[in-house]
Design a protein around this ligand. Structure first.
Ligand code: GTP
Ligand code: GTP
Ligand code: MG
Ligand code: MG
Lengths: 292, 277
């Protein structure tokens, strides 16, 4: 564990009063490695380490902690604060329906997460409806419809020959007909560097003006997470992130990368394939998972 | 001389960052750069630094077999696709089916993902697109039974290639890894030598967790090669360097898009060059 590695590195500091710059540099070398191994982007790590260094130098070593524990404490606090401090929620519209749009790379978990979100909101007494705007992947519409049937939640679709922004708009008007108060729009996975598909996403956004655009990111994503988050945020704007597949053993450094580069909060985490596997995001838990 | 040494350190730092950013891994990147520093010292100022590091990477990637193992003539070659959720297994199965179809082979696909919503329909849609037969049962059925029926049908119909699609599963799910072992056992029992390939499908955007995936899938069912998908994005897929180095598993196929033709055999030189672009 990181604490063990730091104990080793800072063994000779027992009984010392303050953390010197040299002590801190040594400790932060281990922290840097831990964060990189956890897939935090190297630029984000660089910035974070220099920030922590400032906080740590000259700090009194608390009598209740070893110097190593002290450093870990400072790092954990820094990570938790960076990660967003407290739990973020869905911003519901003052006049329904609230429109939530899920976007992200191929295979990140959007369709499954759309159904999980719908189930969660239904459990909270709302009336969700899902809209199938992935007209590209074979059987994507069927996938969302099957999930909707399992949950007894309506799914609006118009087949795969209609433009997704038209489907979204028609879905919104269907929501009014059936008094649905939350509309969840599932979109096709796409590359942030695919100009045409990013334009399409902008069209969908403009046709239904979502209250929440959530970027769905796979927890095992590596250094590329910053590129993806930055591009989606700059091209269509995102309000938050949902991190999926956290039930695995990926450390999830992508969470920190996304947060650092967009400033947007992680709102939920996917923790399994079943439709009840969606939890709120806890910054402190994520911080200690990343640190390892 | 002092000035030149400083330039080298900057260059070395830059190279280390390129490697880390490519998901080579922090420890491995610093080891590679240390090795590079020694080699540059010994080589004098003749060889370009970039060429040396590229060769070091090619040394790791280059050996090992990128060919798809074939069965005895007259029996179906069976290729099993495994991996964690969403990496591109089903799409890669379809692309490889298309590749063999365009070469005039008889191809069958087994829809052994009986768990995920519309997984069977997804593969059946692909089957129509690429002209390959699909063997499937109902959703919720036993995936090993699907594999068994597919092997029977493949033998009976003189199929050249049987491609088995399996459900995405996290390597940390012991019961799901047991299910995968059973699928493989059923195939092997019914056709000696099969499956001739077990391809682990890895998403190029994956970070260090891919090593853990490769380790567990390999120790549980044996992996003969990697299909690296989504290399058409901005991720470099450098994680396959660590996997080749630590486990000896070579990359055989590369996915570069969502269409049936977007599959290439792994080209280590192209891959290494792309790391430095
Ligand atoms: N273990 C686990 N699997 C998940 C989670 N979320 C999604 N999945 C699985 O990840 C795979 C991909 O999920 P999808 O919902 O199809 O992903 P997608 O983003 O809609 O994919 P595209 O539409 O092709 O871009 C499926 O096998 C899901 O069951 C999660 O939190 N944990
Ligand atoms: N850009 C790009 N997308 C790909 C590539 N390979 C697969 N995809 C996309 O990735 C998404 C997931 O592909 P699937 O084939 O459903 O993945 P899977 O591993 O079978 O998923 P599960 O069965 O749910 O675990 C789809 O949207 C595919 O079109 C690739 O090489 N490049
Ligand atoms: Mg989807
Ligand atoms: Mg699949």
């Amino acid at each position: 564990s990181l604490t063990a590695k730091l104990q080793e590195a800072l063994r000779r500091l027992r009984g010392k009063g303050k953390l010197s710059e040299k002590d801190v540099d040594e400790a932060l070398r281990e922290v840097r490695l831990a964060l990189l191994e956890a897939d935090v982007n190297f630029k984000v790590v660089k910035d974070f380490i220099s920030e922590i260094k400032q906080k740590a130098i000259g700090q009194e070593v608390l009598t209740s902690l070893t110097p190593a524990q002290q450093v870990v404490k400072i790092v954990l606090e820094g990570l938790t604060a960076l990660m967003g401090g407290k739990e973020a929620r869905i911003a519901f519209a003052s006049t329904p329906p609230t429109v939530i749009m899920l976007v992200g790379l191929q295979g990140s978990g959007k369709t499954t997460t759309a159904a999980k979100l719908a189930r969660m909101l239904k459990g909270q007494g709302r009336r969700p409806m899902m809209v199938a705007c992935d007209t590209q992947r074979p059987a994507a519409i069927t996938q969302l419809e099957v999930l909707g049937q399992r949950l007894d939640i309506p799914v609006f679709s118009m087949g795969d020959k209609v433009a997704p922004d038209k489907i979204a708009k028609a879905g919104l008007s269907r929501a009014a007909d059936i008094a649905a108060d939350v509309v969840i729009v599932d979109t096709a996975g796409r590359l942030h560097i695919d100009q045409e598909l990013m334009d399409q996403l902008r069209d969908i956004r403009q046709s239904v003006t979502p209250h929440e655009v959530l970027l769905v990111v796979d927890a095992m994503t590596g250094q590329d997470a910053v590129n993806v988050a930055k591009a989606f945020n700059e091209t269509i704007g995102i309000d938050g992130v949902i991190l999926t597949k956290l039930d695995g053993d990926a450390r999830g450094g992508a969470a920190l990368s996304c947060r650092a580069v967009t400033g947007k909060p992680i709102k939920f985490v996917g923790v399994g394939e079943k439709l009840d596997a969606l939890e709120p995001f806890y910054p402190d838990r994520m911080a200690s998972r990343i640190l390892g | 001389v002092g000035g030149r040494a400083r330039l080298d350190q900057d260059t070395l730092d830059q190279i280390e960052e390129i490697l880390i950013e490519a998901d080579i891994g922090a420890v491995r990147a610093s080891q590679l750069v240390e090795k590079l520093r020694d080699e540059v010292k010994r080589s004098g100022n003749g060889t370009r630094v970039n060429d040396i590091i590229k060769n070091d990477l090619l040394e790791i990637l280059g050996q090992g077999n990128a060919e798809i193992t074939r069965a005895e003539p007259g029996t179906p070659t069976v290729i099993m696709f495994v991996g964690v959720n969403g990496t591109g297994k089903t799409t890669t199965v379809a692309k490889l089916a298309f590749h063999y179809r365009t070469r005039g082979h008889k191809v069958m696909m087994a829809a052994a993902d009986t768990f995920r919503a519309a997984a069977i329909q997804q593969l059946e849609a692909w089957g129509k697109k690429v002209g390959a037969m699909v063997v499937s049962h109902e959703e919720g059925g036993d995936p090993a039974a699907v594999a068994y029926d597919a092997v029977q049908a493949a033998k009976a119909r003189g199929v050249d290639y049987l491609l088995v699609d399996t459900a995405g599963r996290l390597h940390t799910r012991v019961n799901l890894m047991e299910e995968l072992k059973k699928i493989k056992r059923v195939i092997a029992r019914d056709l000696p030598g099969a499956p001739h390939e077990v391809l682990l499908v890895i998403d190029a955007t994956t970070g260090q967790n891919a090593i853990s995936q490769a380790k567990v899938f390999s120790q549980e069912i044996g992996v003969t090669g990697i299909a690296l998908t989504k290399l058409d994005g901005t991720a470099k897929g450098g994680i396959v360097v660590a996997i080749k180095d630590e486990l000896g598993i070579p990359v055989k196929l590369v996915g570069i898009g969502e269409g049936p033709e977007d599959l290439k055999p792994f080209d280590p030189v192209m891959f290494v060059n792309a790391l430095f672009e």
